[in-house]
Design a protein around this ligand. Structure first.
Ligand SMILES: Nc1ncnc2c1ncn2[C@@H]1O[C@H](COP(=O)(O)OP(=O)(O)OP(=O)(O)O)[C@@H](O)[C@H]1O
Ligand SMILES: Cc1ncsc1CCO
Ligand SMILES: [Mg+2]
Length: 282
């Protein structure tokens, strides 16, 4: 797709999402719960957090998307995520997975892989180390943070992961990549200040959920989410970089709320790469 056509489609999706105000059911971690709810409100979506085994199937059924985030998991919570995921699957609701800390601790890797086995996941979003560990590749990870890696390596890894896991995969970092295993997009924009505020990856997965609620092409929905998220971050950084992460966090929420169809101009660049074979890009 040529760049201006793609930009039009992404802009249209923002409007569609803002009009629909989709309900996003988050089963997320205790660190980022409030930030995630506020970020989704700012974007124009409607957040709900629900965890009780007695209610998750009903909540997932009426949501526009379900987001499973294993940031502060327990064995019982993973059982409940599977209940919610199966209900979403049975009702045509897209399910997104954020495999927080996969690779850092075996229980996290195994829990993420269990969810991927038992629930049909539409999109996985993580940092490079988390995604690498899901496909048995070792990359540096400390707690929930990945080491540095280049976007070419990340694109190859994302394609491999999408093919092996059978889902759209987004890997975030200095540049973000997203692929369905055939077509890969690299999205630049955003700002390193995002790495100094906890939960910017977690909120991003929920933002991708809001776009997935209104667009069945998950590669397109994900591209829109990544491009608009990076744009809001760049604009917030322009105003607050001199002050630091506290001011940036507030400004970032404000910029999410100010997004409009023409915001991408001059802030987000998307390039496309065809994946010719597992791990091979052209
Ligand atoms: N070096 C960087 N420069 C600019 N932006 C970055 C950089 N690293 C990450 N980002 C951006 O930060 C956001 C979060 O991505 P990141 O890869 O840090 O997620 P994460 O590790 O899952 O975060 P968390 O666990 O804190 O939620 C994304 O929008 C991404 O584009
Ligand atoms: C810091 C932290 N620890 C578990 S989840 C989380 C939020 C960012 O992933
Ligand atoms: Mg994360």
């Amino acid at each position: 797709m040529n760049t201006s056509m793609l930009e039009k489609e992404l802009s249209y999706l923002l409007t569609k999402m803002q009009k629909a105000k989709p309900l996003v059911h988050n089963m997320t971690n205790v660190v980022v719960t409030n930030f995630t709810a506020n970020g989704l409100y700012a974007l124009g979506a409607s957040p709900v957090m629900a965890y009780a085994p007695e209610e998750v199937a009903d909540m997932a059924k009426v949501a526009g998307a379900l987001v499973l985030n294993i940031g502060t998991l327990t064995g019982e919570l993973v059982d409940t995520m599977v209940i919610a995921g199966l209900s979403a699957n049975a009702n045509g609701v897209p399910v997104l997975l954020d495999p927080v800390g996969a690779g850092a601790i075996r229980f996290r890797t195994e829990s993420a892989l269990r969810i991927l086995r038992e629930v049909k996941i539409s999109l996985v979003r993580g940092n490079a180390a988390e995604i690498a560990h899901l496909v048995g590749e070792a990359r540096e990870i400390k707690g929930v943070d990945a080491g540095e890696s280049g976007s070419y390596d990340n694109a190859c890894l994302a394609v491999r992961a999408a093919q092996e896991l059978g889902t759209v995969v987004a890997i975030t970092g200095r540049e973000d990549v997203i692929t369905d295993g055939r077509l890969c997009r690299v999205i630049s924009g955003g700002d390193a200040l995002l790495t100094q505020v906890t939960g910017t990856g977690c909120l991003l997965t929920s933002v991708l959920g809001a776009f997935a609620a209104v667009e069945q092409d998950l590669l397109l929905a994900g591209t829109a989410g990544l491009a608009f998220y990076g744009t809001a971050a760049s604009r917030a950084a322009e105003r607050t970089a001199a002050f630091g992460p506290g001011s940036f966090q507030t400004a970032f929420l404000d910029e999410l709320a100010k997004l409009h169809p023409h915001s991408l101009k001059g802030y987000a660049a998307v390039r496309e790469i065809q994946a010719v074979s597992a791990g091979g890009l052209s």
